[in-house]
Write a protein that binds this ligand. Structure first.
Ligand code: ADP
Ligand code: ZN
Length: 217
């Protein structure tokens, strides 16, 4: 069973790899960042609540985030596996996920961590452009779209995320090291952690991650 958490600092490639894993293994990609951004774009109550927090690079409360994930993981399409991206990000979230996983009989079976040095993350985030419509991610330096400024997947105009600026990124990286990195030990202790080098390049990484996931299917 592939009940996966995809982990790594902002810019490590979680979204990029989630996109092909979702297709290749037919499991839903659940990105809390995407869910929050959709809520912001639709102007819902949740969106308005989290907008300022997200744009400045801070973390949304554990309570709000866990409630969102629990609802999503309980849906029928997660019965045959799921791919969490950007959740959990704190120890209380990991504990909540462990509890809900038992309650709904969908426990995490694997944690795929992609590590990457800060200087590379800063470079990647600076060049990142995303599709507001389908969520696809590009980079003006390293992963250019076929037509400048246009999404390869759906043709929408690419944008720069509001939190992809230097000040917000600094806060996101601080939060990552302080709150999220300790999760690696949490999952190592549970024997669920697999570590990958985010500097490997997209295609090579795809090969090694595929090998692992095939062995866990
Ligand atoms: P990143 O590129 O930093 O990995 P994400 O798209 O995963 O970005 O998340 C964007 C923002 O959404 C985060 O900086 C945070 O404000 C909020 N967010 C997403 N997931 C969580 C979470 N699990 N807990 C708290 N906040 C979250
Ligand atoms: Zn698109």
């Amino acid at each position: 069973m592939l009940n996966i958490i995809l982990m790594g600092p902002p810019g490590a490639g979680k979204g990029t790899h989630a996109t092909w894993i979702e297709k290749q293994y037919q499991i839903p990609h659940i990105s809390t960042g995407d869910m929050f951004r959709e809520a912001m774009a639709s102007g819902s109550e949740l969106g308005n609540k989290v907008k300022d927090i997200i744009n400045r690079g801070d973390l949304v409360s554990d309570e709000l985030t866990c409630a969102l994930v629990k609802e999503r993981l309980s849906k029928p399409d997660c019965a045959a596996g799921y791919l969490l991206d950007g959740f959990p990000r704190t120890i209380p979230q990991a504990e909540a996920l462990e509890k809900m996983g038992k309650e709904i009989s969908r426990p995490v079976t694997l944690v795929v961590n992609i590590s990457c040095p800060d200087e590379e993350l800063i470079k990647r985030i600076g060049g990142r452009r995303v599709c507001p419509k389908c969520g696809a991610s590009f980079n003006v330096n390293s992963m250019k779209p076929k037509v400048e400024g246009i999404c390869d997947e759906c043709g929408a105009e690419l944008i720069q995320r509001k939190d992809d600026n230097e000040a917000s990124l600094r806060i996101r990286l601080e939060n990552y090291y302080k709150s999220t990195q300790p999760l690696l030990d949490f999952y190592k202790e549970r024997d669920l952690l697999a570590d990958f080098d985010g500097m490997l390049g997209k295609e090579k990484l795809k090969v090694v991650i595929t090998e692992l996931l095939d062995s866990k299917k």
